[in-house]
Design a protein around this ligand. Structure first.
Ligand SMILES: NC(=O)c1ccc[n+]([C@@H]2O[C@H](COP(=O)([O-])OP(=O)(O)OC[C@H]3O[C@@H](n4cnc5c(N)ncnc54)[C@H](O)[C@@H]3O)[C@@H](O)[C@H]2O)c1
Length: 260
């Protein structure tokens, strides 16, 4: 883990401090920009150092406050260190958006133990480790967490056994922590996108021999398009904001009606 704190001035505490994982690309990048546009100082964490730095630099170019952090969310020590750096930089932490994740598709009988472990470790364990490290600061601020699941975590999707199990685990984790921390004032919600126009759907392509009716599952109905990452970011921003003060433990599907 390493931050670019030399390049990032400590934000004033007039606004909120947010940490976004997976901020180097796609939904995480859109979320970082959206939260920054709302006045938050945003720590942009990604395993890809250049991508995290680019998002933070773009926020600063627009007049916002941003810190870039490089960490693998599956590495407990690195995540703990990164969260501590964010809390020191922002004099606290108000918002955590757990967006980082990865996907792989295959026939279930071909999935190796290593492939299974990797998908679970990054998506589910990494999300848990990040939240766990941030909870003491979030209790102090009575802050908000949004996790990113998937429609694969709440409906059947073929060739995604490990990813579906991880995302279903994120849904259950979010609900469990929402109940456990409700009295501490920490709100936790989960956003479950369908197909979003980022680099990820190409990695989620079904095997070539998949029956068309299975390959079609998860497509939006109305309209027939992918979501823009900004549409997911807008929901995340809403869920972390004051208008959602009565919202916790809820799961928000954004899929153009795919699993309606
Ligand atoms: N794109 C979709 O269609 C879609 C649908 C449902 C859910 N999601 C979920 O949305 C989230 C964001 O996906 P996206 O579409 O923006 O993909 P993306 O590939 O554009 O962005 C993912 C980001 O996470 C980072 N990342 C990956 N592994 C990491 C790790 N171990 N530690 C730290 N950072 C890591 C990547 O470097 C990348 O910048 C993921 O959790 C994904 O499962 C995406």
């Amino acid at each position: 883990m390493n931050g670019d704190s030399a390049a990032a001035a400590t934000p004033s505490r007039s606004g909120r401090t947010a940490l976004v994982t997976g901020a180097g690309s796609g939904i995480g990048r859109a979320t970082a920009h959206r939260l920054a546009a709302g006045g938050a100082a945003v720590a942009c964490l990604d395993i890809d150092a250049a991508a995290a730095a680019a998002t933070a630099a773009a926020i600063r170019d627009r007049g916002g406050a941003a810190l870039a952090l490089t960490a693998d969310i599956a590495d407990t020590d690195a995540v703990t260190e990164a969260v501590a750096e964010v809390v020191a930089w922002g004099s606290g932490l108000d918002v955590l958006a757990c967006v980082a994740g990865t996907v792989a598709t295959d026939h279930t009988e071909h999935v190796t133990p290593e492939q299974w472990d990797r998908i679970i470790r990054i998506n589910l364990t990494g999300t848990f480790r990040t939240i766990q490290a941030a909870l003491p600061a979030l209790r102090r601020s009575r802050g908000a967490v949004v996790t990113v699941g998937s429609i694969a975590g709440v409906a059947g999707r073929p060739y995604l056994a490990a990813y579906s199990a991880a995302k279903g685990g994120i849904v259950a984790l979010t609900r469990a922590l929402a109940v456990e921390y409700a009295h501490s004032g920490v709100r936790l919600t989960c956003v479950c996108p369908g197909s979003v126009g980022t680099s990820m759907p190409s990695a989620a392509t079904p095997p070539e021999d998949a029956p068309p009716e299975l390959a079609e599952r998860g497509r939006s109905l109305l309209p027939r398009r992918r979501a823009e990452p900004e549409e997911i970011a807008a929901m995340i921003a809403h869920l972390t904001g004051p208008e959602a003060a009565f919202t916790t433990g809820s799961v928000h599907v954004i899929d153009g009606g795919a699993i309606a």
